[in-house]
Design a protein around this ligand. Structure first.
Ligand code: FA5
Length: 349
């Protein structure tokens, strides 16, 4: 067969095959068979060296038109098959938007965090700064700086977890008072701070005691602060947390770092004559300790106790939350039972 006829046959066959190619792979196979290095068209072009010099340009230009026609046909078919493949893929991946979604379980803020945040925002609104302190504390700040020297019987009031003789898990947030006092520059104005955080004691766990609980410390130091300021502040706190009808009662108490010292009860429930101040049955529940800062605490921190004075308090958010939400057992806060925790979902959570 003359080369020209061979080329015509290659073209006709290839165009038929290209048109029939079912997918991109099949089309690629055809391209390799015809136009590839060992392809049929390439083979014919190699044979051109045997032609006469007159025939060569004619056949050469015809071969070029065949190659261009095939290349174009392959490109067109490629575009069509690609579009088809895309359509098929899209059809396969269609999402059924009517299927019900999987529910997302959102967490809720822990009720203790809610109570602490509420108290924090109240005091921030009254111009207090919020200060953090270390939970692993030195006995120097936890006791010594708070007027509780070594071997002082008051150390027994808080049975403490010691890590070494000098390092302990803080038994109260009061060491943050000492740390903040030491740093405060009174030429810049009075000191008003609160410090929320975890504390630890070797208390036996029961309904109202936990070996790890929370406290919020408060401290105000300025000139001319009185016990009346302390009582007024605690009244604002009690009414904010427990409602406008609450009364507070100050009972004389003892803390080495305050003089005079008080324990504060919030009015609650009906009186049944019980003497237990951690129970609602006597009409009052003890929620915090407070007092006027002892001059020795001010002196230890380098503050002039003849000029400056003030009040401090330490409240238990765990007890606050128990009273506010009528929770019978403090251990509920630490068991991570979702049935308990999700009851305190806030609006918007
Ligand atoms: C103190 O810890 C003093 N640092 C408070 C203070 C600060 C007094 C500043 C004066 C000036 P107390 O040991 O009473 O005091 O504890 C304070 C509050 O923590 C208690 O009223 C109670 O609400 C809470 N609390 C004490 N022990 C536990 C416990 N084991 N579990 C849960 N709450 C507790």
């Amino acid at each position: 067969m003359a080369l020209q006829d061979e080329l015509t046959k290659i073209k006709t066959d290839a165009l038929t095959q290209i048109a029939a190619a079912a997918d991109l792979n099949a089309l690629n196979d055809i391209r390799v068979q015809v136009l590839g290095k060992k392809g049929s068209l390439t083979g014919v072009l190699r044979g051109m060296k045997d032609l006469t010099p007159e025939e060569r340009p004619k056949v050469g230009s015809f071969a070029n038109t065949v190659r261009d026609a095939l290349t174009e046909a392959i490109e067109k078919r490629h575009a069509a098959l690609s579009a088809q493949a895309l359509q098929a893929k899209l059809a396969q991946e269609t999402i059924d938007v009517t299927l019900p979604g999987r529910p997302v379980h959102r967490g809720t803020m822990h009720v203790l965090d809610q109570v602490m945040e509420d108290v924090e925002s109240l005091f921030m609104g009254m111009g207090y700064q919020v200060v953090d302190g270390p939970e692993v504390e030195t006995e120097h700040y936890n006791f010594e700086m708070l007027n509780v020297p070594k071997d002082h019987p008051a150390r027994d009031m808080q049975d403490t977890f010691y890590i070494t003789p000098d390092v302990l898990l803080r038994s109260q947030t009061s060491p943050v008072q000492a740390r903040t006092l030491e740093k405060h520059d009174f030429s810049q104005g009075p000191l008003k701070m609160i410090s929320p955080g975890r504390v630890y004691r070797r208390d036996t766990d029961d309904a109202t005691h936990s070996h790890q609980f929370h406290q919020i410390e408060g401290l105000v130091i300025d000139k001319h602060i009185t016990m009346g300021d302390l009582k007024g502040t605690l009244e604002v706190l009690a009414r904010h947390v427990f409602g406008p009808d609450r009364k507070i009662r100050l009972r004389p108490s003892y803390f080495p770092f305050t003089e005079p010292s008080v324990e504060v009860d919030v009015s609650w429930g009906s009186k049944t004559g019980s003497d237990d101040v951690t129970s609602k049955d006597n009409g009052w529940v003890e929620v915090l300790g407070a007092g006027m800062v002892h001059p020795n605490v001010l002196k230890s921190a380098g503050v002039d106790a003849d000029v400056y004075g003030g009040f401090a308090f330490g409240l238990g958010p765990d007890r606050f939350a128990m009273l506010k939400y009528d929770i019978e057992d403090i251990r509920n806060f630490y068991l991570n039972d979702q049935r308990f925790l999700t009851q305190f979902q806030q609006e918007g959570e």
